[in-house]
Design a protein around this ligand. Structure first.
Ligand code: SAH
Length: 260
């Protein structure tokens, strides 16, 4: 029974539309445990671990979770970030420092409101957190729609990983009691999942590779990131992603004809 089984404690109060918390390459088990605790405090239950440094399960995480065992037990383990976010519709990457990437930078309040609106439409969201030492790489950021930065002292803005999870989980919880402004929805169509969008990126980048678009190997990563940023900003629907697949296929076909 939930009341007598410590492992299930608190999980009945976890909200369905809460964002997933994705910890990428977390180094300290203590931080994973403290993040799980903060999640359950705020009603979040979906913890995803991408290649945690010290493996999984981790006894230090269990100790630091202070009873939020249910979140740890339900945590899912992934080899790479891409598979960890495949089923999500909207992904926000948290960073302490502003990065030189062409993406919108949201405040915690803006992101929390956007997440609430998305879950009201039945869409799934996730928050990405980076490694204690180096945060998220630019390639990892290229998988997100937007950057999310907690505006702290500019001279000392880097939070402990679990504290960053707590602040954003709290902001999301707080937003639940605020009236949410209607979203100006372009098409009203279901948005593409991350897997659909990343499948399109593969198709597009593969086609560009074949046609010699990437002039040098060195330029390729930054060109790929810039291209992805364009499509993230477009907030594509499923149908639009299908159309774009068709466009790439048609252009490749034409090029083949031209070559013949
Ligand atoms: N040294 C790293 C910071 C790592 S802190 C860097 O400079 O990027 C670990 C993680 O906590 C970060 O990757 C980020 O996900 C989160 N975090 C820390 N401070 C934050 C802040 N002010 N705003 C948003 N996320 C933050």
């Amino acid at each position: 029974m939930a009341g007598t089984d410590g492992r299930l404690r608190g999980m009945s109060d976890v909200e369905d539309g809460a964002p997933a918390v994705v910890l990428v390459g977390a180094q300290l088990g203590e931080n994973v445990g403290a993040a799980a605790r903060a999640m359950l405090n705020c009603g979040l239950g979906d913890l995803r671990l991408v290649a945690p440094r010290d493996g999984w399960p981790n006894p230090q995480a269990r100790a630091a979770a202070s009873g939020a065992d249910a979140v740890l037990d339900a945590a899912r383990l992934y080899d790479d970030l891409r598979s960890a976010v495949a089923d999500l519709h909207h992904v926000y990457a948290t960073t302490a420092r502003p990065r030189d990437v062409a993406k919108p930078v949201l405040t915690p309040q803006e992101a929390a409101a956007a997440i609430r609106r998305a879950s009201a439409r039945g869409e799934r969201t996730g928050l990405l957190f980076g490694r204690e030492r180096i945060g998220l790489t630019n390639d990892e950021l290229s998988l997100a729609d937007a950057i999310l930065t907690i505006p702290l002292n500019p001279g000392f803005s880097s939070l402990n990983l679990a504290q960053a999870v707590l602040l954003l989980a709290w902001e999301w919880r707080r937003a639940g009691s605020l009236p949410s402004p209607p979203r100006p929805s372009a098409a009203g169509a279901p948005p593409a999942t991350r897997a659909q969008l990343l499948g399109f990126f593969d198709h597009l980048e593969g086609a560009l590779e074949q046609t010699g678009f990437f002039k040098t190997r060195e330029l390729r990563p930054s060109m790929v990131r810039n291209l992805r940023a364009i499509f993230h900003r477009a907030n594509l629907s499923e149908r639009e992603v299908r159309t774009l697949h068709g466009v790439v296929t048609a252009l490749c076909g034409r090029r083949k004809d031209q070559l013949e």
